[in-house]
Design a protein around this ligand. Structure first.
Ligand SMILES: Cc1cc2nc3c(=O)[nH]c(=O)nc-3n(C[C@H](O)[C@H](O)[C@H](O)COP(=O)(O)O)c2cc1C
Length: 189
C-alpha cells in the first residue's frame, strides 16, 4: 500500500487550496491513498523556543506523519508572487533540527500544485518552492504540473470541484505523481 500526505498552505476555512486537496483525495488512482494533513497549530518559528523547549508538538506530530508516508503533496497558494509565509514557516519548522532533514525530506518524492483566483494559477509560488525542495534534498516531481487558475469558478460555495476539465487535469497529475512515488518506493530510498 502506498500513502501520500497532502498539506494545504492556507489556514482559512474557505480555502481554494484546501478544496483542491480535498478534491485530490477523491481522485487518487487505485492502490494509493492521499491523507489530508494540516499545518494548523504550528507556531511562528522562533530559535529561542526551539533552543529552550525543542520542537512544538504539532511539528513533531507532522514530521512523523511525513516519515510514515511515501510521498508529500504540497498544495500552495500564492501571496505576492511567492510562497505564503504560513506555509514556508511550517516547512521551516519541519526542517529542524537540520540533522533530521535527510530522514524527513531526503530523497522523498514531493509534488507541488496550487489554486488561485487569478490567471496564472500559482505559477510563481510553485516556482518559488523549487530552491526549498532542492535545499531539503527531496526527490521533486517534475513529470507534470497543475496550476488551477480562476479557481473561484472551479469550486462551488461548498468547496466542491465542479469543473470537469480541472478534475481531469487533477486526475492525470495525481496519476503521474503516484507512479513516481510507487517507482521510488520500489527502488532504494
Ligand atoms: C497577502 C496576499 C497576497 C496575494 N498575492 C497573490 C499573488 O501574488 N498571486 C495570486 O494569484 N493571488 C494572490 N493573492 C490571492 C490569493 O491567491 C487568494 O487569496 C487565494 O484564495 C488564497 O488561497 P486560499 O484560497 O487557499 O486561501 C494574494 C492574497 C493575499 C492575502
Amino acid at each position: 500500500m502506498t500513502t501520500i500526505l497532502g498539506l494545504s498552505g492556507s489556514l482559512r476555512s474557505g480555502s481554494l487550496n484546501s478544496s483542491l486537496l480535498r478534491a485530490a483525495v477523491g481522485q487518487m488512482p487505485t492502490g494509493v491513498t492521499l491523507e489530508a494533513g494540516s499545518i494548523k497549530g504550528i507556531p511562528l518559528y522562533d530559535g529561542d523556543v526551539e533552543a529552550a523547549q525543542g520542537l512544538p508538538e504539532a511539528v513533531t506530530t507532522l514530521k512523523e506523519r511525513i516519515v510514515a508516508t511515501h510521498g508529500l503533496l504540497l498544495v500552495t497558494p500564492e501571496y505576492n508572487n511567492g510562497i505564503p509565509g504560513v506555509f514556508k514557516n511550517a516547512i521551516d519548522w519541519l526542517s529542524r533540527p537540520s540533522a533530521d532533514i535527510p530522514r524527513v525530506f531526503g530523497n522523498r518524492p514531493v509534488a507541488v500544485m496550487g489554486a488561485s483566483p487569478g490567471g496564472f494559477g500559482t505559477l510563481l509560488s510553485q516556482t518559488a518552492w523549487l530552491p526549498v525542495l532542492k535545499t531539503l534534498g527531496t526527490a521533486a516531481y517534475f513529470g507534470g504540473r497543475l496550476q488551477v487558475s480562476r479557481a473561484s469558478e472551479v469550486f462551488d460555495d461548498d468547496g466542491t470541484l465542479v469543473d470537469e476539465r480541472v478534475r481531469d487535469q487533477l486526475r492525470k497529475f495525481l496519476a503521474g505523481f503516484c507512479e513516481f512515488v510507487v517507482a521510488h518506493q520500489r527502488g532504494a530510498r
